[in-house]
Design a protein around this ligand. Structure first.
Ligand code: FES
Length: 185
């Protein structure tokens, strides 16, 4: 009874608090609004801080070193298309009668990684079906030009050294240049 009389003579806000008190609630509507305001502020602040931190650590794609040793020539069987460095370097090392060459495993259509199909004696791109002969020359599908060859030489220890940063393009007549093919002595 006392409570009802009190409520009749108080302002709306006090009424609200008083009602809340009578219900045993601890948080008023105003508190709740204020609290959600603070939560929104801290969420915004957190997101801003995280974005700033990310700015200082940009996403960088670390590429493997373009020059690498590919073992000794006698580690490759005659006629072998070696996929030993396919995953790590995206290069095939091919051993043919005359010598060695290294092919870049990047499809000249849109950059997918073709597969070597031994039984069909060709490289086949799984993305849009381009096909390349053992030499790297394209013969089917949308690829507009042959696979690229990369530099292959021997170092002073007699090991094969591949340098992906030096490319030889068939369409520019570069497959005859030194480094595009390693002749057996
Ligand atoms: Fe190889 Fe399209 S990316 S055929």
């Amino acid at each position: 009874m006392a409570n009802t009389e009190e409520l009749q003579h108080t302002t709306p806000l006090r009424k609200e608090i008083a009602v809340d008190k009578t219900r045993g609630l601890w948080i008023t509507r105003r508190d709740l609004l204020s609290l959600s305001g603070w939560i929104a502020f801290f969420v915004f602040l957190g997101i801003s801080i995280l974005s700033t931190i990310r700015f200082f650590f940009p996403r960088v794609l670390f590429e493997s070193a373009p020059v690498f040793k590919a073992g000794f020539p006698d580690e490759y069987a005659l006629g072998e298309v070696s996929s030993k460095y396919l995953k790590s370097k995206q290069v095939w090392v091919v051993h043919e009668e005359e010598g060695f060459y290294a092919l870049s495993a990047v499809c000249t259509h849109l950059g997918c990684t073709p597969r070597w199909l031994e039984t069909e004696n060709k490289f086949k791109c799984p993305c849009h079906g381009s096909g390349f002969h053992l030499s790297g020359i394209n013969f089917e599908g949308p690829a507009p030009r042959p696979l690229e060859r990369v530099k292959i030489t021997l170092n002073e220890n007699g090991e094969l050294v591949v340098d992906k940063s030096v490319k030889f393009l068939y369409e520019r007549g570069e497959w005859g240049k030194p480094g595009s093919f390693l002749k057996k002595i």
